[in-house]
Design a protein around this ligand. Sequence first.
Ligand code: SF4
Length: 327
Amino acid sequence: MTSGCPPAVRAASCALQTSAGMLGPDINALPYVNRAFLPQDPYRAARSGHLEANVVGSRGCPYNCTFCSAAVSANPDISIRVRDPENIIGELDALHGEYGVTAFRFVDDLFLGASRVITTQMAAFSRHSIGERYVWDATGRINVLDRLDDTELQLLVENGLREVALGIESGSDRVLKAMDKRIDAVMTERVARRLVEHGIGVKGYFILGFPGETHDDIRATVRHIRTLWSIADSNPGDVRASVFEFRPYPGTPVWKTLTDAGHAPEALLAYGDVDLTAEGADQSMRQRDEFNFSVGIQFGDVPLREVRAILATLTREQHERSRRTTA
Ligand code: SF4
């Protein structure tokens, strides 16, 4: 592995190059994921009835949301790479041929993350009639989707896009700015409305308890979620809200802000379980047990027990909406 390296004086730079090569190999030269090692993928989706598989179409994210472990500043030695569309389509067809998969979930940090990438991918999807054969969900970015015109949104629909997962995070522009999200609440509502009008579902991720969040901020987030639900109610696409308690991750911009402010790293990593299930009785909260952990520190103005009560209320409302939709 190091045979091509120059002599010892350049060993440090060589090690860096080698590590960059190991962390960022040619993404199109990688073999398809061997599903023999993934007993739960492909899987039969209860919601749609499709046999579904998770797929990764790109690696890395160019944005720098302050809480996110995928933020570009938290991953200085990872190069951002997007798979060639023919390579992706080859994997979709292989999964269909081998297992009968007809639905795919692009679980990248950010798949629909740049207009030129979307244009290239969708041209290839159209050439291969992907929308006539499969449906798919993907991660996306609100500010990027905001720039797509109706023809481009319609092309996503025709190519099989079923639901886009968006980091909406907050209904407070003040908090969104602190997160460096490069979106605002009005933009999110505009994008969500256009998506659901086109019949594209929205899965929105939200964070409660962000550092500096006030009671007004958290109320704005609750209002925002309910507004998005009501927009969906009069349109063919649905909005699903997935709400989380803030947790700091090492290497992220907000981690540095918190440690600079005097928080001890060990305390920021002291994860503990949070039981929001009413000791197992609350079915809506049981379904998301794996996400209910916390470092137990109040980072904003709102006490943790209030944050968790709001989180539980919103999750129950979402559970009830989903139950009605699938009933
Ligand atoms: S939250 Fe999304 S857009 Fe922001 S850095 Fe993370 S992956 Fe990228």
